[in-house]
Design a protein around this ligand. Structure first.
Ligand SMILES: Cc1cc2nc3c(=O)[nH]c(=O)nc-3n(C[C@H](O)[C@H](O)[C@H](O)COP(=O)(O)OP(=O)(O)OC[C@H]3O[C@@H](n4cnc5c(N)ncnc54)[C@H](O)[C@@H]3O)c2cc1C
Length: 287
């Protein structure tokens, strides 16, 4: 199938992008890497009147660091996240998750902002920004605002980005002393969307858990924190007993739907397996 006919406009600044969207009388969409939007157009799952190509917008690409943390431009491509020494040093959870995102050809074009704007519940980066307690910078008619990742994901494929607003950057707080991170997922084949994924961001000293954020993918309509399991772990010694208690606590946090391919029980079982593996990996790293 081919996409329905649409108008196309390339813009080079945030202001121009916002103005182009506002002046469209029909439906407009921003085009970043095109790795989700273009397949959707070709399959006629979406049929906007205007595509606004933002891929050359100044100031929305690249990674920088300051005393308030890491800033990743929304147009930074998955491959750039994967290879960035600054990301590896200041937000290594993203470097660890990036190889799980699709395949090299898609990672060469897809952008982190596109992934977060789409907010597929099975995607890797949404869980990472939730675990990292990141904020999202959003530009709109009233200027620039930031929203915490905890408040950003609203419903299936629905985020805090309003119509005509542009996600411009992801802001990640500096890593704490003793920070340990881990990313893992279970998928049928490497590069597939996960059956279950888990991003962990913890502060651990001598196997004692001071802080922890656990963010799961593919267990509901939005990336989901396991807050009961987090509370169970904080202040405890990370050993076999603590890990088993956290796995049991997941029953309070997650209630994944079943599909024809994966039952709810299997998904829940895999979430527990993933949590056990990830916590054991953190434990090994702490020694
Ligand atoms: C075969 C295949 C396998 C894939 N596997 C995975 C996978 O395993 N994991 C994974 O995470 N992803 C996967 N993807 C999706 C891929 O990572 C996309 O690159 C990503 O989801 C979207 O990024 P993009 O830059 O291509 O966005 P686009 O396709 O250009 O846009 C996606 C949506 O986001 C909006 N948008 C884009 N940027 C912005 C912005 N800055 N502000 C506001 N709105 C914006 C667009 O209007 C559109 O609605 C896969 C894709 C394919 C085709």
């Amino acid at each position: 199938m081919k996409a329905r006919t649409f108008s196309f406009r390339r813009v080079t600044s945030v202001e121009e992008a916002l103005a182009a969207f506002a002046s469209c009388e029909g439906e407009a969409r921003f085009l970043a890497g095109g790795q989700s939007l273009l397949p959707a157009l070709n399959l006629r799952l979406d049929a906007p009147d205007l595509l606004i190509d933002i891929s050359r917008v100044e100031g929305m690409r690249g990674v920088s660091v300051s005393s308030s943390g890491l800033r990743i431009g929304a147009l930074t491509r998955h491959v750039e996240v994967l290879r960035s020494p600054l990301v590896a040093e200041h937000a290594s959870l993203l470097s660890r998750a990036a190889p799980f995102v699709a395949h090299p050809a898609i990672r060469n074009l897809g952008t982190i902002g596109g992934s977060l704007a789409l907010a597929d519940p099975a995607a890797e980066f949404p869980t990472c920004i939730l675990a990292l307690n990141a904020s999202l910078e959003i530009a709109g008619a009233n200027g620039i605002r930031t929203v915490r990742a905890d408040d950003y994901f609203r419903a299936l494929y629905e985020t805090d980005i309003g119509p005509g607003e542009l996600l411009t950057a992801i802001l990640i707080p500096p890593p704490s002393h003793g920070q340990r991170v881990h990313f893992d997922e279970l998928a049928r084949r490497r590069g597939d969307y996960a059956i279950v994924g888990l991003a962990v961001n913890a502060v651990i000293h001598d196997s004692n858990v001071k802080e922890i954020r656990l963010a799961f993918s593919s267990v509901g309509p939005i990336p989901t924190r396991a807050k009961t399991a987090e509370a169970q772990l904080i202040g405890t010694f990370l050993g076999a007993e603590g890990i088993a208690s956290a796995q049991a606590a997941l029953a309070n946090d997650l209630s994944p739907d079943g599909t024809d391919e994966v039952s709810s029980e299997t998904r829940m079982h895999l979430a527990r397996v993933l949590l056990g593996r990830s916590l054991n990996a953190l434990l090994r790293e702490d020694k």
